[in-house]
Design a protein around this ligand. Structure first.
Ligand code: IMP
Ligand code: MG
Length: 184
């Protein structure tokens, strides 16, 4: 259980509006997603879990430990030009995965789908590399993206349309380490 004291200590005195998903609720949901992913692929085929940095780092770490089959893990990092909480519409790859995608089942893992801009730019780039399949797993989905070139096959939670932090999600690089997800 996260006590109010814990919250204060981790936030450095800054306020959160409310906790949206507690560590316990997240753990249960991630375990269920891991079970679904375990069932989704033939046992003898290659699966690559590809985490989108930085936001997915905690989710990936927890998720892969709930998947009971052989797999590999890699990461890629995309950046929008310009900072801030509003997506500028331009996305570039800052870190390219070393892993070969061709002929493998690739699961792209996102922390949150908001406008969908990041995914709409990334998915075509990844498809060009000829994966056997490409599926999307998002912890949170705000369901506001007007169109997605690939919608998520697995979603942890349909998130409220608020700015969320914690469990990997940041605001100006703060709050990624929170074990829960909160609204600022
Ligand atoms: P999109 O391109 O608008 O879908 O946004 C994708 C990225 O923006 C996510 O991977 C997050 O890094 C960030 N983002 C979007 N919404 C939030 C939020 O509510 N809190 C923190 N980061 C967010
Ligand atoms: Mg961010």
């Amino acid at each position: 259980m996260t006590t109010p004291d814990d919250v204060r200590a981790r936030m450095g005195g800054r306020e959160i509006r409310r906790i949206i998903y507690s560590a316990e609720v997240i753990r249960e949901r991630v375990a269920a997603m891991g079970r679904e992913i375990t069932e989704a692929y033939p046992a003898d085929e290659d699966v690559l879990v590809l985490g989108l940095l930085k936001g997915s780092f905690i989710f990936v770490a927890d998720l892969v430990r709930e998947i009971r089959r052989p797999l590999h893990v890699d990461f890629l990092m995309a950046a929008s030009y310009g900072a801030g909480t509003v997506s500028s519409g331009h996305v570039r790859l800052v870190h390219d995965p070393e892993a070969e995608l061709a002929g493998r089942h690739v699961i792209l893992v996102e922390d949150i789908i908001d406008s969908g801009t990041t995914l709409n730019k990334l998915v075509p780039l990844l498809r060009e590399r000829g994966p056997k399949s490409l599926d999307l797993c998002a912890l949170l989905h705000k369901r506001i993206a007007p169109e997605l070139v690939l919608d998520a096959r697995w979603v942890g939670f349909d998130a409220p349309r608020e700015f969320l932090v914690g469990y990997g999600l940041d605001h100006g690089e703060d709050y990624r380490h929170l074990p829960f997800i909160a609204s600022l």
